[in-house]
Design a protein around this ligand. Structure first.
Ligand code: GAL
Length: 310
């Protein structure tokens, strides 16, 4: 039996705090792999793995200032440090397994580490889920700004990169090329002027859902969601979920275990001390297509991997 308290610093199996913010989880070969930001030392992205979503084994600093770099057919800027050897920002890293190339492809938000003027998308890849990722640089998809972002893989393998454009005013959905190494088409511009950040997408009963936050930096705000019958279709107007601070959280990603168990993973940022930021995991509940988010203090995972929120 494992009890995890929301809003605390969850520990890995070595007893160290888990550093995996603005993250993402994929299921591959009987393990959940959790990727996320680590802003300490020379690290950018960490990877942990688990069989039960409770016990997390630290696997690797998969992207660091020293990661190998390699050009692809996409012209990008390759450097992982600034001219004065200071760190850049790699935020909200997301990883998908590409079924055609059998590679793990990472997309993230790139900034120069000094300000938020770069507004670019960064790409990296690896042959294994937790190996050393090779960095392929950053670029502006079709010339657009690209800030808070997420990835979504549809049932047929089509993948999408979703990111905030025009100084966060608009949210873009790009369909990725079949190797996930480039954007192929800007399929949708959503909610112009509504300033959505921290997007996370999932599909339930053939409907697509996207949760997001408003744009207030590290401060939490009212979460909203919308639905559509296809990624490039007509998304509904934004509706509230959770309370006016989304229980002091900002979405990181949504993990669907099955049609009934869909998990909202979020960051509870510590604006004064980023390293102390914690995690909040809550169940997404549904009334027909309406999304409900209630607060629970903690969750428990029993030996059969059942999750109980209390
Ligand atoms: C948040 C965003 C984070 C980070 C932060 C910096 O709004 O979601 O990923 O960029 O701003 O202030």
């Amino acid at each position: 039996m494992n009890l995890l308290k929301n809003g605390s610093l969850w520990k890995d199996s070595d007893g160290n705090p888990i550093h995996a913010h603005g993250g993402f989880i994929i299921y591959y070969d009987n393990f959940y792999y959790w990727y996320g930001e680590d802003r300490r030392d020379d690290y950018y992205v960490n990877c942990y793995r688990s069989k039960d979503l409770a016990n997390w084994e630290f696997r690797n600093h998969v992207l660091t200032t020293d990661s190998k770099t390699k050009h692809t057919r996409v012209r990008t800027q390759l450097s992982l440090v600034n001219g004065d050897h200071t760190k850049v920002n790699i935020e909200r890293p997301k990883v998908l397994f590409n079924p055609l190339t059998k590679k793990f492809i990472l997309w993230a938000h790139f900034e120069n580490g000094k300000d938020y003027s770069e507004a670019a998308a960064a790409i990296a890849s690896c042959d294994t889920p937790d190996g050393n990722f090779v960095y392929h640089g950053h670029m502006n998809p079709f010339g657009y700004m690209s800030r808070d972002c997420t990835l979504f893989q549809d049932d047929d393998g089509t993948a999408y990169f979703i990111s905030a454009a025009r100084d966060n005013a608009d949210l873009h959905i790009y369909r990725l090329s079949s190797d996930y190494m480039n954007v192929d088409k800007l399929v949708r511009k959503l909610w112009q002027g509504e300033y959505r950040e921290a997007p996370a997408v999932f599909k339930r009963k053939e409907r697509y859902y996207m949760v997001s936050s408003y744009c207030t930096g590290w401060a939490p705000n009212q979460g909203k969601y919308a639905t559509s019958d296809s990624m490039d279709g007509n998304w509904t107007l934004l509706e509230n979920f959770g309370d006016e601070t989304t229980y002091d959280t900002q979405p990181a990603f949504v993990l669907k275990l099955n049609e009934e168990e869909i998990l909202y993973y979020s960051d509870r940022w510590d604006a004064e001390n980023y390293i102390n930021s914690s995690y909040v995991l809550l169940p997404l509940q549904f009334e027909e297509e309406k999304l409900i988010l209630k607060y629970y203090d903690q969750y428990e995972i029993d030996d059969d991997k059942n999750i109980q929120f209390k």
